[in-house]
Design a protein around this ligand. Structure first.
Ligand SMILES: C[S@@+](CC[C@H](N)C(=O)[O-])C[C@H]1O[C@@H](n2cnc3c(N)ncnc32)[C@H](O)[C@@H]1O
Length: 191
C-alpha cells in the first residue's frame, strides 16, 4: 500500500513538473502575486461591479476570486496548468462564486478577450511582448490592462506604482495612433 502511494506521489510530482515547464514555455512559470498587490492591482484599475476582469494565467485564482468577492466584478481566469485550474475552481466553489467566476483551462493566446473590460497580468517580458497586439486588437477602447512587474515595449502606462511594480494601461480609441501601428513607437494617449 505504502509503495503504491509512493509511486502515485512520484507520478503526481512528475506530471505537475511537466505542466509547470510547459506553462513556463508558453508564457510564464507559476509565482503567486501577494494578496496586498492583488488588491492594489484591482484598485489601480478601479475594478467594480460593471467590469469583466480577465486574469491571463490565473494561477490559483486569487485575482479572479478577489475581483468577484471584494469588487463585485464578473471574472474569468485562463490557466494552462490543469492542476492550478482544479485548485482555482475549488477556491471559486469555497467562496460560493460559481455564478460570477469562470476558470478556463487553456492557452490565453487562443482565447477571445473581447468581453474583458479589465485584464490583469503577471507573466514575463516575452509574454507581454507577444500579447500586446492581441490586447490592442480584441479589447474595446477604454479597457484597462494592469500588469504586475512586466511592462510593454512602446506603450506608455497611464499610471505606474514603481514601488509595487504595477503598471496600468488603457486601450486607446480606434481613431488614435495605436502602439502596435508601424514602428511601434507612438504613445497612444492624447496629450
Ligand atoms: C506568475 S503566475 C501568475 C498567477 C496569478 N495570475 C497571480 O498573479 O497570482 C503565471 C501563470 O500563468 C500561467 N500561464 C503561463 N502562460 C500561459 C498561457 N499561455 N496560457 C494560460 N496560462 C498561462 C502559468 O501556468 C502560471 O500559473
Amino acid at each position: 500500500m505504502a509503495a503504491v502511494l509512493g509511486w502515485a506521489l512520484i507520478a503526481l510530482a512528475l506530471v505537475s513538473g511537466v505542466f509547470l515547464l510547459w506553462s513556463a514555455s508558453i508564457g510564464a512559470g507559476w509565482q503567486p502575486t501577494s494578496r496586498r498587490k492583488v488588491r492594489k492591482m484591482l484598485e489601480m484599475c478601479d475594478a467594480g461591479p460593471s467590469d469583466v476582469v480577465y486574469d491571463l494565467g490565473s494561477g490559483d485564482g486569487r485575482i479572479i476570486v478577489e475581483a468577484a468577492k471584494t469588487y463585485h466584478a464578473r471574472a474569468v481566469g485562463v490557466e494552462a496548468d490543469p492542476i492550478r485550474v482544479l485548485l482555482s475552481r475549488f477556491a471559486v466553489g469555497v467562496h460560493r462564486l460559481k455564478g460570477q467566476v469562470r476558470v478556463v483551462w487553456g492557452n490565453f493566446f487562443h482565447v477571445d478577450l473581447s468581453e474583458a473590460t479589465v485584464v490583469t497580468l503577471f507573466l514575463s517580458k516575452g509574454a507581454n511582448r507577444r500579447l500586446k497586439a492581441k490586447l490592442l486588437s480584441e479589447l474595446k477602447p477604454g479597457a484597462r490592462v494592469v500588469s504586475y512587474v512586466w511592462t510593454f515595449d512602446d506603450w506608455s502606462p497611464t499610471s505606474r506604482d514603481s514601488k509595487d511594480e504595477i503598471s496600468l494601461y488603457v486601450v486607446p480609441g480606434r481613431d488614435l495612433p495605436s502602439p502596435h501601428a508601424a514602428g511601434e513607437t507612438a504613445d497612444p494617449r492624447p496629450a
